[in-house]
Design a protein around this ligand. Structure first.
Ligand SMILES: [Zn+2]
Length: 361
């Protein structure tokens, strides 16, 4: 049941929290491609921007020139508008060359929602990490009932009220509604994988926190980084605990990932899955890490007196949240709480109503 909680991961913080934009250098300024008209953002790399019918209103895909074929990075949502745009792209923009490989950075529906549809159309292979492929298949095929007792218990313990819980119960498998069938056959990206595409070598950089085993792809020779959702310039990728793994510490995974990027060239061109291509990765990485440290501090301050997850959420997210935004906000809040629990900086009790109360040590 990842779908109910993770499906629109990329509503991202911009829509329930601070936009958190860094002072980075957008290489194309304000310019963005029209949906069916890719821009060549670097030699042999086409930037496609597909609109999305959700708060985060677009996703960036990249087509890599592989000589007599293309390699596609991510696919877009499995919705009619994206399918219509892809039909135009396939007919008119690919110079008669096939898409031979699709590389999915992670399982979220805006990234692999059309992998099945495109595979049917083109015969392309789908490449993903095993955990991401399994997560996609699991979310697509999941039959867990919306009123799952464990899910209700997680959000009740986090302090959500009955109205907020009801909103969860009423959501169906929204992952399934946003993807075409996830391919049953794939090729696994491992630590040993190096993609050779059009004479360039791309090395995967693995990271968790936003999803279980996300890959970014780095071409050291030409200093280009396909960042997926991990290194967005204007919004922070959601780092959340979901009810299936209530004691998880995804923030530790994400902060670890940010610490693994020291080998990336300082002037690297970052091609993110949302917002616009940029340079100044170091600045962005520092700002992303600082953002979470700041929010850990707010969490600790709020727990000076015993507080519920919902109390901390109200301190972290000061704007009004609808039911949809609340599920991301509470997940992100619990991620910060769990990180502090794991470090021993917070303790936790259950109150008489069965809610967790967190207290600063
Ligand atoms: Zn995502």
């Amino acid at each position: 049941m990842w779908h109910r909680t993770t499906a629109l991961c990329n509503a991202e913080s911009a829509h329930y929290g601070p936009a958190m934009e860094s002072n980075v250098d957008y290489v194309m300024g304000e310019r963005v491609p029209e949906p069916a008209t890719p821009i060549e953002i670097a030699p042999g790399i086409l930037w496609i921007r597909l609109p999305m019918p959700i708060a985060l209103d677009h996703i960036n895909l990249y087509l890599l020139d592989d000589g007599d074929a293309w390699v596609l990075i991510d696919t877009g949502l499995g919705d009619p508008v994206s399918i219509g745009t892809w039909e135009t792209l396939l007919e008119t923009k690919l110079q008669g060359r096939p898409i031979r490989r699709i590389i999915g950075t992670h399982f979220h529906p805006d990234h692999v929602g059309l992998a099945g549809w495109l595979q049917n159309k083109t015969g392309a292979e789908l490449w993903m990490t095993q955990l991401e492929w399994l997560s996609a298949r699991q979310a697509y095929l999941d039959v867990e009932d919306a009123s799952s007792a464990q899910m209700q218990r997680f959000y009740h313990r986090a302090g959500l009220n009955e109205t907020e819980l009801r909103a969860y119960r009423e959501m169906g498998n929204d992952y399934r509604s946003m993807v075409t069938p996830i391919p049953a056959v794939y090729k696994r990206v491992t630590e040993a994988t190096v993609f050779e595409i059009g004479g360039r070598k791309w090395e995967p950089i693995f990271g968790s926190g936003h999803s279980p085993d996300h890959i970014s792809l780095y071409c050291a020779e030409d200093r280009v980084l396909l960042g997926g959702d991990m290194l967005l310039p204007r919004i922070t990728p959601i780092i959340a605990v979901w009810w299936q793994e209530p004691e998880g510490d995804p923030l530790a995974g994400y902060l670890d990932f940010l610490g693994t990027l020291g080998h990336i060239a300082e002037d690297v061109l970052v091609l993110p899955a949302h917002n616009r291509p940029y340079r100044e990765l170091r600045t962005r990485v520092k700002d992303l890490a600082d953002h979470h440290v700041e929010r850990l501090d707010i969490t600790l301050d709020t727990c000076a007196a015993p507080a519920t997850g919902r109390d901390v959420m109200k301190a972290l997210f000061t704007r009004e949240l609808d039911a949809f935004q609340t599920r991301f906000a509470i997940g992100e809040t619990v991620a910060h709480i769990n990180n502090l629990l794991h470090k021993g900086a917070l303790t936790r009790d259950l109150d008489e109503e069965g809610r967790h109360r967190y207290h600063r040590v």
